[in-house]
Design a binder for this molecule. Structure first.
Ligand code: ZN
Length: 107
């Protein structure tokens, strides 16, 4: 125990029981090794409570979520698929020149 006044707080690692100082309030393990062991323990606990089927569903759901997120990112990154003629027509509707329209919508 250290009696010094610091922003750090004393944390006791739930895996090995070592106490250490941390200025990160979310850090509960003393080392990456203990963090990994703690994480595995938490997964096992979850597994015991929910059973293999639900774990599998959770994994599938997460994969699906990630795929959809990646797909959304790809779509957003892609420029709109319109031809110069289409742009010219749309520009005319707004009484803009092609150049003004492109500048306005960043095409
Ligand atoms: Zn530890």
């Amino acid at each position: 125990m250290q009696g010094k006044l610091t922003k750090k707080r004393l944390v006791i690692c739930p895996i090995c029981g070592i106490d250490f100082n941390s200025d990160n309030p979310t850090k509960i393990y003393c080392s990456p090794e203990c963090a990994e062991r703690g994480h595995k323990k938490a997964v096992r606990k979850y597994y015991n409570r929910t059973g293999p089927e639900r774990i599998n569903n959770a994994v599938v759901a997460e994969q699906k979520f990630r795929q959809e997120a990646a797909e959304k990112r790809r779509r957003r990154a892609k420029k709109p698929d319109v031809s110069i003629e289409d742009i010219a027509v749309m520009a005319r509707k707004e009484h803009l020149t092609y150049g003004q329209y492109v500048a306005k919508y960043g095409l």
